[in-house]
Write a protein that binds this ligand. Structure first.
Ligand code: SAH
Length: 359
């Protein structure tokens, strides 16, 4: 594609229309300009917009009535305007310091968020929906059914919650919690933009993981984000994929990979493919060979995720020799590969174990 074409494509990027703020619109997610307009509508000077912005995004205030730099009289009138913060329902810490949070939303729904610290990074695994409709056979979230999409502020809130709990800046975000982000693209993209521009997290440090929904990867490309797209492949052929992922039935592997190729062309960004390793099911040497063939021509990275056990499914995690054999075959075929040993297992906070219950 010529650079001219790419520019045309950029201008076609769908605009996210800002909503006027009223007493039922949570403020989280609003830009500095929108907040400034709002304070002026409240007959306050424009500089209060910047104060509001700092308190919401950088100080993590939970209620406008707590913003001590605001005049008392005005503050007392602000209780009806929600910032959009959740309340903590439950918190547990795994032996590896991963923290799992159950957060209660304004309508009483509970979602799960995970904070994953290392010396250099603090990663937040965020949910994009309450539950998940995809019903992948090996995933706990899908077993609990689906309630609704999360709004922009409910996604941003998860990051601010982890940031304030750890008293440390969040460096990375992965959309690998509950839900399928591309069934909620508008709110997810709006949250990513705000997390980037308002909270200050680089788009390149954000990963969006999807099982692949027809036309939605194409739609995502139009936003020209700098995030990493991870596609949950989990199988090296259509028959096997349909057994593991019901939605694959209506969206054949060939079509999914064609849409991925188009995404790479349009965005110039690589795609990561995720592959959960289920012992005896999709971890045989022939699967690795088939996977390498499938991905030939992609500049890609395969992320192998050894299965994390859930009680509703009968799979098992392959032993380390099987995993290493799979890795070796991919490497021999020049495919970059890494193994993600999920953290948080002991707190039921690892990939696929999120179900919004206490244990
Ligand atoms: N809906 C998105 C995000 C899901 S969670 C998606 O499908 O990509 C992130 C990753 O964890 C996905 O690749 C998902 O398939 C994987 N996963 C789900 N259950 C798992 C389990 N029990 N063990 C290991 N990984 C799992």
């Amino acid at each position: 594609m010529s650079s001219k074409d790419q520019n045309q494509f950029k201008t076609a990027s769908p605009a996210l229309q800002p909503k006027p703020i009223n007493s039922s619109t949570p403020l989280l997610g609003a830009s500095l300009a929108e907040l400034t307009t709002w304070v002026q509508q409240q007959e306050q000077p424009a500089y209060r917009g910047r104060q509001l912005y700092d308190w919401i995004y950088h100080q993590g205030v939970r209620s406008l009535t707590d913003i001590s730099v605001f005049p008392k009289q005005w503050r007392s009138t602000l209780a009806e305007f929600p910032i959009g913060r959740s309340t903590l329902h439950y918190r547990s810490v795994a032996p590896d310091d991963t923290v799992k949070y159950l957060l209660r939303l304004a309508d009483g729904q509970i979602i799960e968020t995970v904070g994953i610290p290392t010396q250099k990074r603090l990663t937040v695994c965020v949910s994009s929906q309450v539950g998940c409709p995809m019903a992948c056979d090996f995933c706990a979230t899908g077993k609990g059914g689906f309630s609704r999409n999360l709004a922009r502020h409910e996604i941003i809130d998860q990051v601010l919650t982890v940031q304030s709990d750890f008293q440390r800046r969040v460096s990375h975000i992965v959309f690998m919690g509950m839900g399928e982000p591309l069934l909620n693209t508008n709110h997810v993209v709006a949250a990513i933009k705000s997390l980037n521009e308002d909270v200050g997290i680089s788009q390149r440090s954000i990963t969006l993981s999807t099982v692949g929904i027809r036309d939605r990867i194409h739609q995502l490309a139009k936003y020209q984000l700098q995030v990493t797209l991870a596609v949950s492949l989990h199988a090296s052929n259509q028959v096997l994929r349909e057994k593991l992922i019901p939605s694959a039935h209506n969206y054949p592997l060939a079509d999914l990979l064609a849409e991925c190729r188009e995404y790479v062309q349009l965005t110039g960004r690589r795609i990561t493919f995720e592959y959960v390793l289920l012992g005896g099911v999709n971890d045989l040497p022939e699967h690795a060979t088939q996977l390498a063939q499938l991905l030939r021509g992609f500049q890609t990275h395969v992320n192998l995720i050894p299965y994390n056990p859930i009680r509703e499914a009968d799979y098992h995690r392959p032993n380390c020799h099987r995993i290493q054999a799979f890795v070796n075959i991919l490497k021999q075929q020049q495919i970059a590969v890494s193994v993600r040993y999920s953290r948080g297992l002991a707190a039921d906070a690892a990939c696929g174990q999120l179900r919004a219950t206490k244990l």
